[in-house]
Design a protein around this ligand. Structure first.
Ligand SMILES: [Zn+2]
Length: 244
């Protein structure tokens, strides 16, 4: 799982050609002054994180990106039928697997709300193939979750087979910055974000639904190529989604 972890900050390297060590012996003096891997993307550093946080305090920026929403299904019922230890173990496992998959494809884990994960691809590390990276991350999340759930079934001695993940992906322009006076949360907003969230809500447990933009951008070899129309909340016209 550590194979994708870089020894230097990829953000500092790609944007400023500065080799800032974040792992290994060379990183010790940097760690001593608080420069370490970012918790949003471990291949970038805390300087990068601070820079985009500061930049966005001044203004929100518009970025071209892919947005992935992943949500744990059956979680609400789970919290009624399972012990609180089991529930938090399941939630931890979900966050771990989702973040590992997102990071493996160079995405940014922006925010986790309750039982959902929101990830952004193409920022701060710009990647031409960001749409495909989001789709690959989603597929990895589904694959690793099946395995992880088997392990949880055994270690927790409670049946977790009803707990699955629904994922939605959209891509395009969105605003990224700090919103809300009270929370000052670093987050992403825009139609692309809303559509990805609604696609996620429409996805069944174990399913990945992608929008037309995603399907067009990565030329997915999908089973049914006409997709299926969904009436998504907040969108007047029916939205065509594809299972990826
Ligand atoms: Zn950096």
């Amino acid at each position: 799982m550590d194979a994708h972890l870089s020894k230097i900050c990829l953000g500092c390297w790609e944007q400023k050609r500065l080799p800032i060590p974040i792992r290994g012996i060379a990183s010790a003096p940097f760690r001593a002054v608080g420069v370490r891997p970012s918790r949003m993307n471990p291949n970038t550093c805390t300087i990068c994180e601070m820079m985009f946080a500061r930049m966005m305090k001044a203004r929100q920026i518009t970025v071209e990106a892919s947005v992935l929403f992943a949500d744990l299904r059956g979680y609400t019922t789970l919290s009624q039928s399972h012990s609180s230890e089991a529930v938090s173990a399941i939630l931890d496992a979900f966050y771990d697997e989702a973040a590992a998959a997102v990071w493996a494809y160079e995405g940014l884990v922006i925010k986790t709300m309750g039982d959902a994960v929101l990830a952004l691809f193409n920022f701060p590390l710009a990647r031409a193939e960001h749409v495909m990276q989001a789709v690959r991350a989603a597929r990895d999340i589904q694959t690793t979750w099946k395995r992880r759930r088997e392990v949880l079934n055994q270690t927790l001695r409670e049946d977790c087979s009803g707990v699955g993940i629904g994922i939605g992906i959209d891509c395009g322009q969105l605003k990224f910055g700090e919103f809300g006076r009270a929370h000052q949360d670093l987050t992403a907003i825009g139609t692309v974000v809303n559509r990805a969230a609604r696609a996620q809500a429409a996805a069944g447990s174990g399913e990945i639904l992608v929008t037309e933009a995603v399907q067009a951008r990565c030329g997915l070899d999908l089973d049914d190529d006409i997709g299926k129309e969904f009436a998504l909340k907040g969108f007047e016209a029916p939205t065509r989604l594809w299972a990826a």
